[in-house]
Write a protein that binds this ligand. Structure first.
Ligand code: APR
Length: 331
């Protein structure tokens, strides 16, 4: 059976690791796109080197998927190889440095993404698009609007990562394998993200029956600042866990396995638990399959969770005005 094609635009820390992990699964062919870099007075093409390295890794372990690297220009030249792509993953753009919020990246990353969207429209108009560039909820919204694709085909990666962080912390605290821990983090990918405590469980036992309230709030706080914790330690943002989270989403789509994963998706005040979210992209649990976002999964929230959710949506919406203005200025 022919392998599907995943194009990763931006082969920096997150993009390179995504390409590597995708290749290791052997499920798809991978194409990587990035700009050249100055090395002294020489222009080098790191993306081609990274693709060769990954391809040779595959050969070493008997996997025969294809991996190709393409140098593009910031102005949008060199994207022809997007043709025939089934899934595009966008990780191009600047990451956070210590002391920065995700919103500090808005301006610069939006300009980069607007060029990329033009090219996706031109060469991969039937693709499903996964946005990773931060601030991810705003970028997902911008990409959705700029592409004009069906809303099921554009999604942002955040919830899978935030939930993995939350589950990691819970696992350590309760001393149970993370495999037996079930938890979703929804809302915006910011300090106000919403870990859903009421439905979180350890082997079916509600989390709130296993840990004292203070411990729970501690885990919630650590999850909300989980990205920042790593930025402070490493001087740049995380990439292994983000990359693995992207791979989970890609695999769900490629294999049509109907997994329920929290993703940032375009909501327009749909009836159900998330009705407060209108004309905004924000994280909710969705069913992923070959069509992309196949269903929004409504999880009942406790009043205090709903209050957190509302605040989180509001905070994404506040910044959305800036995005709207930029989008208008462009059109
Ligand atoms: N076109 C294509 N690629 C670009 C462009 C552009 N115009 N501008 C920058 N890039 C590439 C860079 O060359 C770099 O290789 O995007 C890559 C970004 O990689 P890193 O700087 O290593 O950042 P990373 O940690 O991978 O984060 C990328 O994902 O998680 C988010 O907040 C993070 O917004 C950031 C993005």
């Amino acid at each position: 059976k022919m392998r599907k094609v995943v194009s990763v635009i931006g082969a920096g820390n997150v993009g390179e690791h995504t390409a590597g992990l995708l290749a290791l699964r052997g499920l798809v062919n991978v194409r990587m796109f990035d700009i050249p870099r100055k090395d002294g007075d020489k222009l080098i093409e790191p993306v081609k080197g990274k693709a060769l390295d990954i391809k040779q890794m595959l050969t070493a372990i008997d996997i025969d998927a294809k991996v190709e690297g393409y140098t593009v220009s910031p102005e949008g030249e060199g994207y022809e190889a997007l043709d025939g792509t089934d899934i595009v993953v966008i990780t191009a753009g600047f990451p956070r440095r210590p002391g920065m919020s995700r919103e500090d990246l808005l301006d610069k990353n939006l300009s980069i993404l607007s060029v990329i969207c033009e090219k996706i429209k031109k060469y991969a108009k039937d693709a499903i698009v996964i946005v990773v560039t931060n601030p991810v909820d705003l970028m997902t919204y911008a990409v959705y609007k700029m592409l004009g694709f069906d809303k099921r085909k554009v999604m942002g990666m955040a919830g899978v990562l935030d939930s993995a962080r939350f589950k990691t912390f819970i696992s350590k605290e309760v001393k149970v394998s993370p495999k037996d821990i079930h938890a979703y983090v929804i809302g915006g990918h910011g300090d106000e993200m919403v870990p859903l405590i009421s439905i979180s469980n350890v082997g079916g036992i509600p989390l709130k029956d296993m840990l004292p309230k203070e411990k729970l709030s501690e885990l919630i706080k650590r999850t909300q600042f989980g990205g920042g914790e790593i930025v402070d330690l490493m001087g740049t943002s995380a990439y292994w866990a983000p990359a693995a989270s992207i791979v989970e989403m890609v695999e769900a789509i490629v294999t049509d396995n109907k997994r329920i994963l929290p993703c940032s998706v375009y909501l327009e005040g749909e009836e159900g638990e998330y009705y407060e979210a209108q004309n905004v992209c924000v994280g909710v649990p969705v069913k992923l399959g070959s069509c992309g976002v196949e269903e929004i999964i409504n999880i009942p929230m406790l009043p205090e969770e709903r209050e957190m959710w509302r605040r989180s949506v509001e905070s994404v919406k506040r910044n959305l005005k800036v995005v709207e203005d930029m989008l208008h200025a462009r059109s």
